[in-house]
Write a protein that binds this ligand. Structure first.
Ligand code: ATP
Ligand code: MG
Length: 441
């Protein structure tokens, strides 16, 4: 036998039955987005490397050490597997002049790639859901995207506040960050011997990034650093206050966290994260904020933006941790086809039932034809279907199919447990006439 090949480290297959949980999340996302008027956008997985270097900032963890970049062997182009979704969406919005007629509310889902050390909640291919609202400057949309994320938690059965906590900060505007930056450099320079290698390197190129360090040995030094909050001017404060007023009125609890800086350079004003204590070091499920300079930085006519991205794996891990899962998907009916002769008429009837909205599972035949009735009934029971459709020779001879209840009446009856309603015969030639009987009441 040839040696079996394996998936790339840190990149996972999504298999049934687990994939049903992914579909549940995706279905829920679609319906929440529809309710909020957000439209779907899909951009390529591969982008020019320059997009991320320019968009996220050269001195960021992602650009410095996490990107899958390569040269196109045919033409030498520098390309990168997208590590996040915002830069690509903004590129597409600029490229296609989507803001020509006003602002846009967009959302996406898809695979992202970062070369990190794989562990629970941290992978090299992972998946994000994200929203990007472009063209609206006001604090109302900052609050809107946060309320939208809360609506998603609720739709999935999560309690915001206990399962997920919101942390909020403001990064102010460029000039305010400039003043803060000078104070930061002074603070860190005074204790240069306590800086780790990353911090030393970033001290003069991007000292704000030091605040995003995950090194525990750096935390005390970071905690005593000057806070950006103290450098905010009146307009920035007013913006934050306006966001907070909506959150307060809507009953969203949050903690102001002056240390929250996020990992990309494109943010200004509002930044936030939804965090949980249940996933260890991978506790940030969703993060986002305002990025008013990014559209212009990527070559577009200046336009404000705000959005968030969430890690689907982390959200699904949290849902699992809390025992939250989609209702089990069971077919409405299970078709039992005991003979080769019955196959064609049975499949025609099943096809018509499916067109009428009934979910039907059919027992597949083996190399030697259909399995025994007993084996088929066992599978039918295990499938969770409410009824079996029996395409037996006697029934077919009468132009009929038998509809046989598989579940006892009343709540909590075990599969196959009585008392059961008797089976009924239905005309094979006209499945539409009785399809609705098979649908869940
Ligand atoms: P972290 O601090 O955990 O590295 P991040 O700040 O790098 O996260 P973002 O760039 O803000 O993450 O991405 C948004 C979300 O995507 C994160 O909150 C997280 O849920 C998810 N995420 C980021 N990187 C990974 C990864 N390597 N594997 C799985 N999910 C990830
Ligand atoms: Mg990271």
């Amino acid at each position: 036998m040839a040696e079996a090949l394996r998936a790339v480290k840190g990149m996972n297959d999504l298999l049934p039955p687990d994939s049903a949980r992914w579909e549940w999340l995706e279905d829920t996302v679609r319906s929440v987005m529809r309710r909020h008027g957000y439209l779907n956008i899909r951009t390529p997985i591969v982008e020019p490397t320059a997009l991320f270097v320019r968009g996220l900032g050269e001195v960021t963890d992602i650009v410095e050490k996490e990107m899958y970049s390569f040269e196109d062997s045919l033409n030498g182009d520098r390309l990168t597997l997208r590590p996040e979704g915002t830069a690509g969406v903004v590129r597409a919005v600029v490229e296609h002049s989507l803001l020509h007629e006003g602002g846009r509310r967009l959302y996406y889902t898809g695979a992202m790639f970062r070369h990190e050390r794989p562990q629970k909640g941290r992978y090299r291919q992972f998946h994000q859901i994200g929203v990007e609202v472009l063209g609206f400057p006001g604090p109302d949309v900052d609050a809107e995207v946060i309320l939208l994320s809360r609506a998603l938690w609720h739709a999935l059965g999560l309690c915001e506040g206990s399962d997920l906590r919101l942390e909020l900060n403001s990064l102010g505007q460029a000039d305010e960050r400039q003043a803060h930056r000078a104070a930061l450099i002074q603070h860190f320079e005074a204790q240069a011997e306590r800086l780790d290698d990353d911090a030393k390197r970033r001290l003069h190129s991007n000292p704000l990034r030091i605040l995003d360090s995950k090194n525990p040995a750096m935390q005390a030094l970071i905690d005593s650093a000057p806070q950006l909050m103290d450098f905010l001017g009146e307009a920035s404060r007013a913006h934050l206050d306006a966001v907070r007023r909506v959150l307060d009125a809507a009953g969203v609890s949050y903690r102001l966290n002056p240390r929250l800086v996020r990992g990309m350079d494109y943010y200004n004003l509002t930044v936030f994260e939804w965090v949980t204590d249940r996933l260890g070091a991978q506790g940030t499920v969703c993060g986002g904020g305002r990025y008013d300079g990014l559209v212009e930085q990527l070559g577009g006519k200046p336009a404000p933006g705000v959005g968030w991205g969430l890690g689907m794996e982390r959200l699904l891990l949290l849902l699992e941790e809390l025992g939250l899962q989609p209702p089990r998907a069971v077919p409405d009916a299970y078709a039992i086809v005991p003979s080769t002769e019955a196959l064609a008429p049975a499949m025609v009837a099943i096809d018509a039932l499916r067109s009428a909205g009934v979910s039907v599972l059919m027992h597949p035949a083996g190399k030697d034809g259909p399995a025994s009735m007993k084996a088929q009934f066992k599978k039918a029971d295990a499938s969770g279907a409410r009824v079996a459709l029996v395409f037996g020779a006697d029934e077919l001879a009468q132009g009929m199919v038998a509809v046989k209840p598989l579940r006892g009446e009343g709540q909590g009856a075990a599969p196959g447990a009585g008392p059961q309603a008797a089976q009924v015969l239905r005309p094979l030639a006209d499945p539409q006439a009785w399809a609705t009987e098979l649908l869940p009441s």
